[in-house]
Write a protein that binds this ligand. Structure first.
Ligand code: SAJ
Length: 428
């Protein structure tokens, strides 16, 4: 059993720390936020993720997981800090650099340093290895160094941490093998070994693949709106082909991964990453399309329109609002309409008040569905309509049962559907 220091106790660090701790390792979780450290040490958690509360509480309760503001001497250091975008859309590696700086004085021969944070290709080899090397320790022999990118989907983190295939990119093959020996204890999926730069690019390309495909789906939505047909029907039919997997149009791409990582490549390869850049722009323009669409739906409402936004998190069933397209949409709409926002998963922190369901729909002219929370499926259209002034619905996810809303007297608009009535649910 090892002593492990996990730096960064967010969506990846806390589940990872908890998992290692419940597998018998002695884990110290480190975070720069006092609130996070205190919350975890008291057996609570600061993020919403299915199963995490129980796991983290068991880890803390067993004495194997402790949180602290500062790292301590350990055998293994796992870096799970954010790698956000700078104002110029480059990767901000300052959190990674700070984490490495903090552990350098603690490093001793035989230690293992693992970067989990998604980082531009070259970060492990050209930034972290030389930093560690300055301390007189030789990376590859004295210190093992690897990139082991996290690949889990928020909402399914614990399951995917255990079951997903894992890539480990070593500074040397020996570094990769040492890292695999550790992860073998918690990962049930296959583990593939490679070099650190290949691992970094593989991780970014996974998210870039998704971003480019979502951009294609959003463009398909624009074509179909122009043609007066349904993109959802087109997708449903085209995906019957064995080698086609069209993604789904939506209000834009949010989250701290897919809307961020492709920029690392655009920044590093401005002349080469052309399709990647165009896809980013296409997806970033989507919130503006939603605003225009919503205002055109409201053009028949004579008084100052009242709009209820359903869902501000970047996708369904999570409380994460980072880079959420809903934030752009709220910003754009709030000057032009009276706006209320309802989200059963998000309580605050978006710079806009979150209303109760009843407050949000009261006297509203239009409901706009932005996040596909399962809770929304259980809403009774008739009851919602009774609270509203005008029964208009704009479903940007094709998530609600349009027929039930039409039967309750709603005029239903679905993103990507021209003026036709879309009956194909998004999940088909
Ligand atoms: N979206 C669409 N249309 C689609 C699919 C998604 O508009 O057809 C939108 C979602 O609503 C959301 C955004 O894209 O706003 C991204 O959501 P997501 O569920 O596709 O992905 P994330 O950001 O929650 O997690 C991704 C995952 N990567 C891949 O699926 C390739 C996850 O496995 C990664 O670990 C994670 O990024 C990460 O941390 O990098």
């Amino acid at each position: 059993m090892k002593s492990i220091c996990v730096l960064g106790l967010g969506y990846i660090g806390l589940p990872t720390a908890s998992l290692f701790a419940t597998h018998g390792h002695r884990v110290l979780g480190v975070d720069i936020s006092e609130r996070v450290v205190d919350t975890i040490n008291s057996g609570e958690i600061h993020i919403e993720e299915p199963g995490l509360f129980t796991l983290a509480r068991a880890a803390v309760g067993s004495g194997n997981l402790r949180a602290s503001l500062l790292p301590e001497t350990s055998d293994v250091y796992i870096i799970c800090v954010p790698t956000p975008l700078t104002d110029t859309k480059a990767c901000d590696l300052s959190y990674v650099e700070n984490a490495v700086e903090a552990i350098i004085p603690l490093l001793k021969k035989g230690d293992l340093v693992i970067l989990e944070s998604t980082s531009p290709p070259g970060t492990t080899r050209d930034l972290i290895a030389p930093m560690i090397g300055q301390n007189g320790l030789t990376v590859g022999t004295d210190i093992h160094l690897s990139h082991c990118p996290e690949r889990v989907l928020p909402g399914r983190i614990l399951k995917e941490l255990i079951e997903n295939a894992r890539i480990i990119g070593g500074f040397t093959p020996e570094c990769a093998r040492a890292t695999k020996a550790l992860y073998d204890g918690i990962v049930e999926g296959p583990i593939y070994l490679t070099d650190c730069t290949t691992a970094e690019l593989a991780k970014i390309m996974e998210n870039t693949y998704r971003d480019v495909n979502i951009a294609l789906a959003n463009e398909l939505g624009h074509l179909c709106e122009d043609l007066g047909i349904s993109a959802w029907d087109v997708i449903n039919l085209a995906n019957k082909h064995p080698r086609v997997n069209l993604h789904q149009p939506g209000p834009g791409v949010g989250g701290h991964c897919i809307s961020v990582d492709p920029w690392f490549l655009v920044d590093k390869f401005p002349d080469l990453a052309k399709l990647i850049h165009l896809s980013r722009k296409t997806n970033d323009d989507q919130p503006e399309m939603v605003i225009e669409h919503a205002l055109s739906i409201l053009s028949g409402v004579s008084d100052r329109p009242r709009v209820a936004i359903f869902g501000v998190s970047y996708k369904g069933n999570v409380d994460d609002t980072r880079e959420s397209p809903a934030l752009e949409i709220i910003k754009g709409l709030k000057e032009k309409v009276d706006l209320r926002v309802y989200d059963p998963h998000v309580k605050s922190g978006i710079g806009f008040e979150i209303s109760s369901l009843e407050e949000a729909v009261s006297d509203a002219d239009l409901l706009i569905v932005l996040a596909d929370h399962n809770d929304f499926r259980f809403l009774a259209p008739e009851e919602l309509g009774n609270h509203m002034r005008t029964r208009l619905l704009f479903d940007t996810r094709n998530f609600l049962d349009a027929k039930r809303f039409r039967d309750a007297g709603f005029v239903v608009h679905t993103l990507g559907s021209g003026n036709v009535e879309t009956e194909t649910p998004a999940s088909v």
